[in-house]
Design a protein around this ligand. Structure first.
Ligand SMILES: NC(=O)c1ccc[n+]([C@@H]2O[C@H](COP(=O)([O-])OP(=O)(O)OC[C@H]3O[C@@H](n4cnc5c(N)ncnc54)[C@H](OP(=O)(O)O)[C@@H]3O)[C@@H](O)[C@H]2O)c1
Length: 244
């Protein structure tokens, strides 16, 4: 039911995993219309989406812009993948202990890891058609699982990804009632060699650090294999259901 998307919306499209996803999606579904959304003015050079929108999804004004972008096209997407996320900047990195936690960085983490996904969903909500199957995937992280957390640390990233996971669970319930067929999931891509993970790669065994291409292939496999039973789940890159 969900394995042949005709229109795909890729948000946060300039990121490491997002670009690889775009390439994989174009390869896997050559007849599908790919739409990209990014803070960048242009779509990444590696992909050729049919349409591109420059928008900063942390900004509430992006809700109207993205909605108009979709309404200007041939119809709503049947796959939506939101890749937006932040772990560190030049000034801030994941906190090892409570005394490193700061309000501003927590709120910034919430804005990029949660609010972007919420704004994208708000943009889409009024244009979705109840009879059209929908897959929504937010790239989340296993470290956002409260049940799986045995190590501690990374406060802002963990808290914001846990909040994203709750957002996904709520959205799956609301859209599950409203749409005839939908599957709204959070996906953990696995530790992937991108700018986001780069400063933290030295302690990762080589066989546990995946290329963006490998992660993209796995994510597309997971999405193509979804069924409604998976609506509202946090999924590992092999499709296994992770604890919230
Ligand atoms: N890499 C990993 O090991 C790993 C592991 C677990 C989970 N993840 C998750 O997978 C997703 C993609 O990660 P990635 O490794 O591809 O990271 P990345 O290369 O840093 O890409 C992150 C994307 O998030 C958006 N973004 C970043 N900062 C933003 C800001 N201040 N405001 C608005 N948007 C912002 C950007 O989208 P635009 O610039 O295109 O708008 C960017 O393309 C993230 O949600 C991440 O948490 C990654």
């Amino acid at each position: 039911m969900f394995d042949q998307p005709e229109r795909i919306l890729l948000a946060g499209a300039s990121g490491g995993i997002a670009v690889a996803l775009g390439v994989e999606l174009e390869k896997r579904f050559p007849d599908a219309e790919l739409m990209s959304v990014s803070r960048s003015a242009e779509a990444p050079g590696e992909i050729s989406p049919a349409r591109h929108l420059q928008a900063d999804l942390t900004d509430p004004a992006a809700v109207e812009d993205v909605r108009a972008f979709i309404q200007d096209g041939d119809g709503p997407p049947d796959w939506v993948i939101c890749c937006c996320g932040i772990l560190h900047t030049g000034e801030h990195g994941p906190e090892k202990a409570l005394d490193q936690c700061e309000e501003d960085w927590l709120l910034e983490s919430m804005r990029v890891n949660v609010v972007t996904h919420m704004h994208l969903a708000k943009a889409l909500a009024p244009v979705l058609k109840p009879s059209r199957p929908l897959v929504w995937a937010s790239l989340s992280a296993k470290v956002g699982s409260i049940g799986d957390n045995q190590l501690g640390g990374w406060y802002s990233y963990r808290m914001s990804k846990a909040a994203l996971n709750m957002f996904i669970r709520n959205l799956s319930i609301e859209w599950g009632r409203r749409l005839d067929h939908c599957c709204v999931v959070a996906v953990h891509p696995g530790t992937t060699d991108t700018a986001l993970s780069e400063p933290f790669q030295k302690n990762i065994p080589e066989d546990k650090l995946y290329s963006a291409d490998t992660s993209a292939e796995r994510i597309v496999d997971v999405l193509a294999g979804l069924d409604q039973e998976r609506n509202g789940k946090l999924l590992f890159w092999d499709g296994e259901v992770l604890p919230w």
